[in-house]
Design a binder for this molecule. Sequence first.
Ligand SMILES: [Zn+2]
Length: 67
Amino acid sequence: MKTVDGNDGFNAVGIGGSKPNAGTGLTTVKPKGNSRKYICPSCGCSVRATKTVHIMCADCMTMMVEV
Ligand SMILES: [Zn+2]
């Protein structure tokens, strides 16, 4: 018995283009307000965090300070 599937071979993936989020044009995900910057006072390496964290620079073994 053969399987006759009329829909086979008609994979229309990628044709759509009508996603609900596709047309906004604003895809920048920027943390607003909650961004903190930490810097190593020894080497000046800086990182950003979205909340208060206690981190230290592994190169200098120094606590990084918020700026
Ligand atoms: Zn450092």
